[in-house]
Design a binder for this molecule. Structure first.
Ligand SMILES: [Fe+2]
Length: 172
């Protein structure tokens, strides 16, 4: 039995705020990809899906004069660090197992090399699949952040993924 479901996370106002900022449709798509890849690699699909759902919750809004400033973003972005911290705080608040919360936070921290001075990290299998899951849903020019989904449809997708996770044997 899991301490926290995807639906618990999804319905929390902090998750709503940050998932909407970086694109709820993208977050859900990455959660599904992470679940699928987790299954293929015999990993804990609950951890994989949660990391996928929350991986981009650290994004900041780099606007200048009302327009997204990509240079400002590239120069100053630390969204994996912020995301790892925000996700960890949220998960602990919701009553997540602390070992799981840490594993999820680290998968979020290492889901991209974009903010690091070099790209020589050696990832765990779980960290690697969260990175792949994100890349599977990426669109040119960051367009994946702008795809939209209705709240009710999003909620139903989350509920369905929760059921798949509950039916999987590779969860602790
Ligand atoms: Fe992403």
């Amino acid at each position: 039995m899991r301490d926290v479901t995807l639906l618990n996370i999804f319905e929390h106002h902090i998750a709503q705020k940050y998932l909407n900022r970086s694109g709820l449709a993208h977050a859900i798509a990455v959660a599904y990809h992470a679940f699928q890849l987790g299954k293929e690699h015999h990993l804990d699909v609950d951890i994989a899906a949660k990391a996928g759902l929350l991986h981009d919750m650290g994004h900041y809004t780099w606007y200048k004069n009302g327009k997204w400033d990509y240079d400002l973003y590239k120069q100053n972005d630390i969204h994996p660090i912020k995301g790892a911290e925000r996700a960890h705080k949220l998960l602990i608040r919701l009553g997540e197992n602390p070992i799981k919360a840490k594993t999820i936070a680290l998968a979020i921290l290492f889901h991209t090399d974009s903010f690091l001075p070099s790209n020589d990290i050696v990832r765990t299998p779980l960290q690697q699949i969260v990175k792949w899951a994100d890349e599977k849903d990426e669109e040119e020019g960051g367009m994946h952040h702008y795809r939209t989904i209705e709240y009710e449809r999003a909620k139903q997708s989350i509920i369905r993924l929760d059921e798949w996770i509950d039916n999987d044997k590779n969860i602790d």
